[in-house]
Design a protein around this ligand. Structure first.
Ligand code: G
Ligand code: G
Ligand code: MN
Length: 408
C-alpha cells in the first residue's frame, strides 16, 4: 500500500497539538513523527525524508517563517501544512510567502482546528511516488497561487539533470521587452533562461536556478546564457542604444576573469559593454564587501551597467543600493502588479522611484500588467517599464521583431 508509506513530520511547540495532528494523520494512513525541537526536525527531515510536513508558525525557539525559509533554501519538495494561532491575515501572508519561495503549501490551518479540515489536507488524491521523500511529479492539489498550466511545477531537479540538459542543448533564452515610460519606445530586453526538458516540458527557472547555485553549476549556466544571448543581441541590436539585461545570481563567482570574459565576448559579438546591464540581487557583497565593491566598480568603469533587481523584497537591501555602483534599480513586481488596486503598493513604488531619482539612479518597474499602472509610472517619473501589458518574455525571433506599439 503506497499510501501507508506517506510520512508526516510535525514541528510544534505544543505536544498536545502535535499528538492531535498525529492522530488525524495516522487515521488517514500516514506514518508520523513529532518534535518540538527545530534541531531534531531538520535531522529527521534529512534522515527520515518525510513527504508531508506540518509546522507551527510561532514557537519560542525559532519562528516558523524562519523554518520555512530554511526549507525553501533546501528546495524542500514535501507538502507543507502551516499551523498557528495567529490571526488569519498573518497566517495567509506566511503561506503566500512560502509558496512564492517555491514551497508546496497544501494549506494553512488556524488553531484550534477541526480534525476534518486537517484530514482533507491529507486526502490521498495525491499519487505518492512511493519512494521515500519523493513526491516529484505528483499532481498538486494545493492552492499554490502561482501554478501555471503546462509547466513542470514539481520536477525535483538534480545537478545531473542540469548537466544532461546542458549536454543536450535543452536550455534557451527568452527576451522580455522593456520600454520607456514616457514615449513607449523599446529601450532593451531582459534575457530569461528557459529549459525545455524532454520529459518534464518547460521547466521554470525557479525550479533549477536554486539547484544550480547549490551545486556549483550556476557559473556554467551563466556562461550558457552569455552564449545564447550575446550572439542574438549582437546580431540584431549590436552598436545601438538598445540594452540587454542579464540576471546574475548572488552565488556567482565574480572575478577578474569574469570581466575579461565579458569584454572578449562583447567584441566577438559586435556589441558595446555599455549595452549590457547585469541584474544582481543579494550580491556576494555581503560576504566580501571590499572585493565585490572593487569588482562591480571595475565593471562600471568598463561601461557595463549594474542593476539591483527585485528592490523592495528584502533580497535587495537599500544599503547595497547606496553603497554599490548601481545605475538602475528594478522595483519588484509584487508592488507593481498590485499598484492599480492598492494605495500602499503605489506608495511603495513611488517611494522607491523617488529614492532612485535622488541618488541619480534610473528606475524600471517590472510586472506592469495594465495600462493604468503604466500611466501611473509615467506620472511619478519612473523611467522604464516591463511587464505582461507591454510584452511577455518572447522567443528570440519574435523578440527581434518586436516593435513596441504600447500606448504611452
Ligand atoms: O520568467 P521568470 O520565471 O523567468 O524568472 C524567474 C526567476 O528566475 C527570476 O527571478 C529571474 O531573475 C530568474 N532567472 C531567469 N533567468 C535567469 C538566468 O539566466 N540566471 C539567473 N541567475 N536567474 C535567472
Ligand atoms: O526576479 P526577476 O526580476 O528577474 O523576475 C523576472 C520574472 O518576472 C520573470 O519570471 C518574468 O517572466 C516575470 N514577469 C515579467 N513581467 C511580468 C508581469 O507583468 N507579471 C508577472 N506576474 N510576472 C512577470
Ligand atoms: Mn531580473
Amino acid at each position: 500500500m503506497p499510501v501507508a508509506q506517506r510520512r508526516l513530520l510535525i514541528l510544534d511547540d505544543d505536544p498536545g497539538v502535535g499528538q492531535t495532528i498525529e492522530l488525524v494523520a495516522r487515521t488517514a494512513g500516514l506514518e508520523t513523527r513529532f518534535t518540538s525541537s527545530p534541531g531534531q526536525f531538520f535531522e529527521w527531515l534529512d534522515q527520515w525524508q518525510p513527504d508531508h510536513i506540518a509546522i507551527d508558525l510561532v514557537m519560542p525557539d525559532m519562528d516558523g517563517v524562519e523554518v520555512l525559509a530554511r526549507l525553501a533554501q533546501r528546495s524542500c519538495r514535501a507538502r507543507i501544512i502551516v499551523t498557528s494561532g495567529v490571526d488569519g491575515r498573518v497566517l495567509d501572508a506566511a503561506g503566500r510567502s512560502a509558496s512564492e519561495r517555491g514551497l508546496d503549501i497544501v494549506g494553512v490551518l488556524p488553531k484550534p482546528f477541526m480534525p476534518s479540515t486537517l484530514r482533507r489536507m491529507f486526502a490521498p488524491d495525491v499519487p505518492s511516488s512511493g519512494s521515500p521523500g519523493g513526491v516529484a511529479l505528483a499532481a498538486s492539489a494545493g492552492a499554490v497561487p502561482h501554478a501555471s498550466p503546462g509547466v513542470a511545477k514539481r520536477f525535483l531537479v538534480t545537478p545531473a539533470d542540469i548537466r544532461e540538459g546542458l549536454a543536450h542543448d535543452q536550455f534557451y533564452a527568452q527576451y522580455q521587452p522593456k520600454i520607456s515610460c514616457t514615449d513607449g519606445t523599446l529601450v532593451g530586453f531582459e534575457a530569461l533562461m528557459r529549459w525545455n526538458h524532454p520529459v518534464h516540458g518547460l521547466v521554470p527557472p525557479d525550479l533549477f536556478i536554486g539547484c544550480a547555485e547549490n551545486s556549483g553549476l550556476i557559473d556554467t549556466l551563466t556562461q550558457k546564457m552569455f552564449d545564447l544571448s550575446f550572439a542574438w543581441f549582437g546580431r540584431h541590436f549590436g552598436q545601438s542604444s538598445i540594452r540587454l539585461s542579464i540576471n546574475i545570481s548572488a552565488r556567482s563567482h565574480l572575478d577578474d576573469g569574469f570581466i575579461d570574459n565579458i569584454s572578449q565576448r562583447c567584441s566577438q559579438c559586435g556589441l558595446a559593454p555599455g549595452q549590457l546591464i547585469f541584474e544582481l540581487t543579494e550580491t556576494s557583497a555581503m560576504e566580501d564587501p571590499v572585493a565585490s565593491l572593487d569588482l562591480l566598480t571595475r565593471m562600471r568603469m568598463k561601461g557595463m551597467h549594474l542593476s539591483i533587481d527585485d528592490l523592495g523584497t528584502g533580497f535587495s537591501s537599500l544599503l547595497q543600493l547606496v553603497r554599490l555602483p548601481f545605475s538602475e534599480l528594478k522595483v519588484d513586481k509584487s508592488f507593481v502588479i498590485t499598484a492599480a488596486s492598492s494605495t500602499e503598493s503605489r506608495q511603495v513604488v513611488q517611494a522607491i522611484v523617488g529614492l532612485g531619482r535622488s541618488l541619480g539612479i534610473q528606475s524600471t518597474a517590472e510586472g506592469v500588467e495594465d495600462a493604468e499602472t503604466l500611466r501611473f509610472l509615467r506620472d511619478i517619473g519612473c523611467n522604464f517599464a516591463q511587464g505582461f501589458h507591454i510584452a511577455r518574455p518572447l522567443a528570440a525571433e519574435a523578440a527581434a521583431q518586436w516593435s513596441g506599439g504600447v500606448p504611452a
